[in-house]
Design a protein around this ligand. Structure first.
Ligand code: ACO
Length: 379
């Protein structure tokens, strides 16, 4: 067996072979199944892109219509899941609520038939359909309101905004939200996808796979960063404060949220698209008070940290878009999860097609051959 060098964070270590998405971090390229993210953002929809990611090719018109129909008709939550959610503390983080609800789906669909295409198809539909309803339901329930039932007349993105804000969204807002979902749907093996793959490799059910990925996405170094970006912009407070803020972060060696990426060493292509979407929203609904601070921050960081390959990542502008769409800050990461379910499911399916349980090795650094000291004799 080849002895490999230890790489903290597995940086640069291939953990799988995958045909789902491609990233070139030096040139800022992202493709899903070979199609550029720019083209998908412009021409596709989130559900069509999800189909592409999960089933490997663009659907025909009847295939897409059937997929959309199935998802539209599986959006409702079982009353027992809603009852379970009533017991959640309203101050709890919505990512924890989502993780619990995703795992709870496994209680209702406990038969595992991972070699049955119908089982796979049903799990894909249920997870894509129900995760947005869970996020919106928790938001309304923690405010003391009853959840809004999904509306069969609205498409995926518009229905989520409707369930969340209790009114039909503006069509531009709904289209922009749909593009945001497409942008966040997949990104090779990041931490949450790796977590999904490790869980999938044990041949557990897809609800456990998604629950473990949701838990991993929640951390501030991963999906949780978009929430922290808004807190940071608020804390900076004004354009004049940007330069001293960046200088202090550099002196203290603290991370500036929404910047830097393990793979991208140029501006993340999704950040470029999200910035344009934010500007479209500002043109129609008014400029966000934090946008000028964000622009100055990008400028100052490009002067001071570009030599280290630190540029805006996907989380930097997404929060400004979500704020304009009426999404509360602590729902930014759950919204990321709504989109990333597509990528997790694509990797779940790919993992099952050539499964081998993940079982890496370690380099032991602890002591050996120690004597046991009885409790009474310990100092
Ligand atoms: N602010 C300031 N400096 C940074 C940042 C940042 N956000 N990111 C990287 N750097 C610096 C590091 O300090 C390091 O400098 P050094 O060589 O002098 O020590 C250099 O750039 C290289 O950084 P690494 O630590 O090697 O980058 P790594 O790949 O480990 O980290 C990560 C990537 C975790 C995303 C990091 O950039 C970070 O913490 N960013 C802030 C959190 C964030 O926005 N996360 C979202 C990522 S996108 C996503 O998950 C959806």
């Amino acid at each position: 067996m080849t002895v490999c060098e230890y790489k903290p964070g597995l940086e640069g270590v291939p953990a799988t072979q995958s045909g789902i998405s491609y990233v070139d971090g030096q040139q800022g390229i992202l493709e899903y199944r070979g199609i550029s993210i720019e083209e998908l953002a412009l021409k596709s929809t989130f559900l069509e892109t999800s189909y592409l990611l999960i089933w490997g090719g663009l659907p025909t018109k009847p295939e897409l219509e059937e997929f959309e129909y199935e998802i539209r008709h599986h959006r409702r939550l079982k009353y027992r899941i809603r009852d379970m959610m009533k017991c959640f503390p309203e101050r709890g983080h919505p990512m924890d609520a989502l993780q619990a609800c995703a795992a709870a789906l496994g209680l209702f669909y406990s038969k595992r038939a991972l070699d049955d295409p119908t089982y796979i198809q049903n799990a894909v539909v249920r997870l894509l359909a129900k995760i947005p309803t869970m996020v919106a339901a928790f938001q309304l329930m923690r405010k003391g309101n009853d959840p809004v039932q999904p509306c069969d007349d609205l498409d995926y993105a518009a229905n989520f905004l409707y369930m969340l804000n209790e009114r039909e969204p503006d069509p531009l807002a709904a289209r922009i939200f749909d593009i945001c979902l497409t942008l966040h749907a997949e990104h090779t093996i990041n931490a949450s996808t790796f977590s999904a793959m490790v869980t999938a490799s044990t041949l557990t059910d897809p609800y456990a796979v998604v629950a473990s990925a949701v838990g991993t996405l929640a951390g501030p170094l991963h999906g949780g960063a978009n929430e922290e970006v808004i807190d940071m912009l608020q804390q900076i407070g004004s354009v004049e404060n940007v330069r001293p803020f960046v200088d202090e972060c550099i002196t203290r060696k603290s991370r500036i949220m929404g910047f830097g990426h393990r793979v991208y060493k140029v501006k993340d292509p999704r950040a470029t698209i999200l910035q344009k979407l934010a500007e479209q929203l500002f043109a129609k609904f008014g400029r966000d008070e934090y946008y000028d601070i964000a622009l100055e921050l990008e400028q100052v960081i490009s002067e001071k940290l570009a030599h280290k390959g630190v540029y805006p990542n996907v989380d930097f502008y997404s929060g400004l878009v979500y704020r304009k769409l009426g999404i509360p800050t602590d729902l930014f990461t759950p919204v990321f999860a709504i989109a990333r379910v597509a990528g997790w499911l694509a990797h779940w399916k790919e993992q099952l097609e050539a499964n081998r349980i993940f079982r890496p090795t370690q380099i032991y650094t602890g002591r050996r051959n120690q004597a046991y000291t009885p409790l009474a004799e310990r100092p």
